[in-house]
Design a protein around this ligand. Structure first.
Ligand code: ATP
Ligand code: MG
Length: 402
């Protein structure tokens, strides 16, 4: 059977009252952008869902793309047919057969939005189910645990018939919730934090600190590759690469070893806050997880957090490393994150940083530093690069044809 439509079910955005229109438009923009490699495919939005017409395009790659989009709860592969009862019955039978030879039980679930239709949902369930039964062998109805559920929707313009559902990515449409600066290292955690922040609808820009010549081009490449993977979910992403060597040298010279990490993090936040201000971002996101390492104890976070008033979003705060690693594998960042590299933090840091720093001491140690100058200099010399959405093999094949 050739499925010719995909019905996109909105997630939580259906709860958003007045903003609903805005959310649906954001979602439609993303859907259209993601489906650009498939020019025959068309998208129509409605109040309660989006209907995608495949026009001959195979559904598998389209479903795959749609599953990367936040704000979509579920996808339903469907056949559109006219409202003649006989056509609906035949199409339902075909969909059922298409579901495979192992199917032994089924049920029909009809939803009738078009109230003028001469049969109600219950009657339709019986009329369609009866037809399928009398035209199949070795098959029975099971209303509780069917192998296949044939879903029939009766709309004024047509009927949609389906027995294939796919989960969506959930969350809220990208761009519906403002912008956040993500502090992106080359580790496992921060890309996952970025993914989860994007899931709630924010657009992210990356801030990465590097310390040449102590950190190499390879380390930077790694962060670029991670950003490219995240464009799959967030569309184009801006990345700010901050030269951090001078700050780190100053810390090395002026701060006692056991406070150098705390002070370094405070600089990272001050600089990120400044970059956020210049780029209209309203918050900062990090990959911190409570208690994971010395800089992520409550005392550390309390002392580090003192230097900024911006909200800090920490999507991983209560997660275990195992859970974080699972997500990183799922989203495709894990293999990049585990490439060996030297991080600016590890190059300069003492082997035993203080796990219980406090604000008072941090301020006392920093007192002699030219904080504003160091921050301004780092911000002025920051390099900004753009990454547009990562190309999949399909897209490349498509662009070859142009
Ligand atoms: P990750 O796996 O994300 O590197 P981590 O477990 O190594 O995290 P830390 O090194 O303590 O933890 O870093 C905590 C957070 O600080 C990171 O998740 C990231 O948000 C930020 N961070 C660390 N190093 C950098 C860097 N070089 N550039 C930008 N942000 C950084
Ligand atoms: Mg790290």
């Amino acid at each position: 059977m050739i499925y010719d439509h995909i019905i996109v079910r909105y997630g939580e955005l259906s709860l958003k009252g007045k903003n609903r229109h805005h959310f649906i438009n954001r979602l439609k923009d993303t859907v259209k952008r993601k489906l650009k490699p498939y020019p025959e495919v068309t998208v129509q939005k409605a109040f309660d869902r989006m209907v995608i017409e495949l026009n001959g395009q195979k559904h598998e790659p389209v479903i795959e793309k749609l599953q990367e989009i936040f704000g979509i709860q579920g996808l339903r592969l469907a056949v559109k047919c006219d409202l003649e009862l006989e056509t609906i019955q035949k199409t339902a039978l075909e969909a059922m057969r298409d579901a495979g030879p192992d199917v032994k039980t089924f049920k029909v679930s009809t939803k009738r939005n078009y109230k003028q239709y001469p049969h109600d949902s219950q009657e339709l369930n019986h009329l369609i189910g009866g037809y399928v039964l009398s035209n199949s062998e070795d098959i029975s109805v099971d209303v509780h645990h069917p192998d296949v559920e044939i879903k029939v929707e009766i709309k004024p313009e047509a009927a949609y018939i389906s027995c294939m559902d796919y989960p969506g990515a959930g969350g809220l449409p990208i761009g519906s919730a403002g912008k956040v600066m993500l502090m992106l290292s080359g580790g496992i955690d921060s890309p996952v934090a970025g993914y989860l922040a994007m899931k709630r609808g924010v657009r992210v820009e990356m801030v990465h600190f590097h310390s040449p010549p102590f950190t190499s081009e390879r380390a930077r490449q790694k962060v670029e590759d991670l950003t490219k993977v995240l464009t799959k979910f967030g569309g184009s992403i801006k990345m700010h690469v901050v030269p951090f060597t001078d700050v780190q040298k100053a810390i090395k010279k002026q701060i006692p070893d056991n406070y150098s990490m705390t002070v370094m993090r405070r600089y990272m936040l001050r600089i990120t806050e400044e970059i956020a201000g210049r780029n209209d971002a309203l918050a900062i996101a990090t990959g911190e997880s409570l208690g994971q390492v010395a800089s992520q104890t409550l005392s550390s976070m309390n002392t580090i957090n003192e230097v900024t008033n911006l909200p800090i979003i920490r999507p991983l705060i209560t997660m275990d490393k195992i859970e974080i690693m699972d997500i990183s594998r799922k989203i495709g960042t894990y293999d990049i994150s585990i490439r060996p590299y030297e991080d600016c933090c590890t190059v300069f840091l003492p082997s035993a940083p203080k796990t219980k720093p406090n604000r008072e001491k941090a301020n006392r140690f920093e007192h002699h530093m030219e904080i504003d100058e160091l921050v301004q200099q780092a911000v002025e010399n920051t390099e900004t690069v753009f990454f547009s959405e990562a190309k999949t093999r399909d897209d490349e094949e498509f662009s070859d044809l142009l």
